[in-house]
Design a protein around this ligand. Structure first.
Ligand code: GUN
Ligand code: ZN
Length: 447
């Protein structure tokens, strides 16, 4: 990976209650009084109990968060940059929501100036919510991807993104063609993929808005661009699935459409997967494809309940990541997203633990996105992408902590009751990029 010209902060220590997961959510590393030592390169040099901080780090400037929780930053595995201000748009269902609100809003990103301003707001918002890395859709306009990549590079943030491709069933302002979409995607890949902490994802929006020719071109790009990823949508809502059946009458099912064009792979990410059949799960599993669950979006658009129990059936388990899907999703907060995931899974007959969900939002998503060599845990060598959570951030949370019985209980209360108010600070590659002025860096004890 090439280095950026970006200047990182100097070495520093972050003090707090440190928390990190191993490869599974059962492996929890927790220090009541922990320390993370960050080198001038923005990477973690050491993490462990503060009292064991190696001698050479003593005297290095420290950000002391008292007993707040210092953990790996959240990773949002599916979000739409050009929808940053259209949360809470009341569509009847997915297709109505796209037509009435989404496509007109995304048409604004034809302007590079507008896209550049929006990119700063979008990344500010991610950090404010403790999200330090994301996999994002841009609009159909190449300028929107250039703007987002440039803004992320400037901040030292890790980002996977791609220019959306769509050549039918949308207003002309947000359409490209198979040739133009492929050419611009390849140009963007050549400029941004592997630069700083950025990666490119080939991004056909979904089979409703891409013709056979564009889906075929997407498959060619995935094959020909080394290490490029692929992101799209799959099996989200009943109306969408019925439309797919009309558009592709010769295919077995929705997943088969993508399979025909070579889009199922270890590097492929499918948002939603709410209504998948056993056959589709088996195919996704066999090809190493990942489904990204977006709870607040599925509830808001009335799409349905994606069940972990169904996706993870033994013998054909599909890999599952978690995401906000802003602006179909109703919150930028991965804490809120974990809480809503918990509620939907309870409705779907399964009760995920707080450890499991926090693991999925950090190391789990990092692993799926093939970013776990550089983020997702507090291990030496990884970038210091950190979130600092305040379990006492609101009166309701503070009261709840009076009866919290364990670390897991505190995390559970944070995901059910917390949001950006509970995010005291966020760091990307060791740089403190967000602090909540009322609570950050005071070191006050709430014991
Ligand atoms: N399917 C195709 N495009 C979109 C989108 O922008 N949001 C959601 N939730 N689903 C989609
Ligand atoms: Zn989406």
């Amino acid at each position: 990976m090439r280095e950026t010209g970006h200047t990182r902060s100097s070495a520093r220590i972050v003090l707090g209650q440190t928390l990190s997961f191993g490869v599974t959510h059962g492996e929890v590393t927790h220090e009541e009084k922990g320390a993370v030592a960050i080198g001038a390169d923005g990477r973690i040099a050491w993490a462990g109990p503060a009292e064991k901080l190696p001698a050479e780090w003593r005297g290095v400037p420290a950000d002391d968060f008292g007993n707040r929780i210092v953990m790996p930053g959240f990773i949002d595995a599916h979000i739409h940059f050009p929808q940053y201000r259209m949360l809470a748009a009341p569509g009847k269902d997915l297709l109505d929501w796209l037509r009435r609100f989404t496509f007109p809003e995304e048409s604004r990103y034809a302007s590079p100036e507008y896209a550049a301003q929006a990119a700063e707001i979008f990344l500010d918002r991610l950090l404010q919510h403790g999200t330090t890395a994301a996999m994002a859709f841009c609009s159909v306009h190449k300028a929107s991807a250039d703007a987002l990549f440039a803004a992320a590079e400037k901040r030292g943030m890790a980002l996977i993104a791609g220019k959306t491709m769509m050549d039918r069933n949308a207003i002309p302002e947000v359409q490209d063609t198979p040739e133009l979409g492929a050419r611009e995607s390849e140009e963007l890949y050549r400029i941004w993929h592997g630069r700083a902490r950025l990666r490119y994802a080939v991004t056909p929006r979904f089979a409703v808005t891409s013709t056979d020719a564009q889906l075929a071109a997407s498959g060619e790009l995935l094959k020909s661009l080394p290490d490029a990823l692929l992101q799209t949508h799959l099996s989200e809502s009943p109306g969408e699935i019925a439309f797919i059946r009309e558009l592709f009458p010769d295919t077995k099912d929705y997943t088969d459409v993508y399979d025909r064009y070579g889009l199922l792979s270890e590097r492929s990410f499918f948002a939603h997967g709410v209504h998948l059949s056993d056959r589709e799960c088996a195919k996704l599993s066999e090809t190493g494809s990942t489904v990204i669950h977006c709870a607040t979006s599925n509830a808001f658009l009335g799409s349905g309940i994606m069940k972990f129990g169904h996706l993870r059936k033994a013998g054909r388990a599909v890999k599952v990541g978690l995401a906000t899907d802003v602006g179909g999703g109703t919150s930028y907060s991965m804490l809120t997203t974990l809480g809503e995931t918990y509620k939907l899974q309870m409705l779907g007959g399964c009760k995920p633990s707080a450890f499991e969900l926090f693991h999925m939002a950090t190391r789990g998503n990092a692993r799926l996105l093939k970013l776990d060599h550089e983020m997702g845990s507090l291990e030496p060598g990884k970038f210091a992408d950190l979130v600092v959570l305040d379990p006492w951030a609101t009166p309701v949370l503070a009261s709840r902590q009076e009866i919290s019985e364990s670390l897991e209980d505190v995390l559970f209360s944070l995901m059910i009751l917390g949001d950006d108010r509970a995010v005291a600070a966020a760091y990307a590659a060791g740089a403190l990029l967000h602090t909540k002025s009322s609570s950050a860096r005071t070191g006050a004890s709430h014991a």
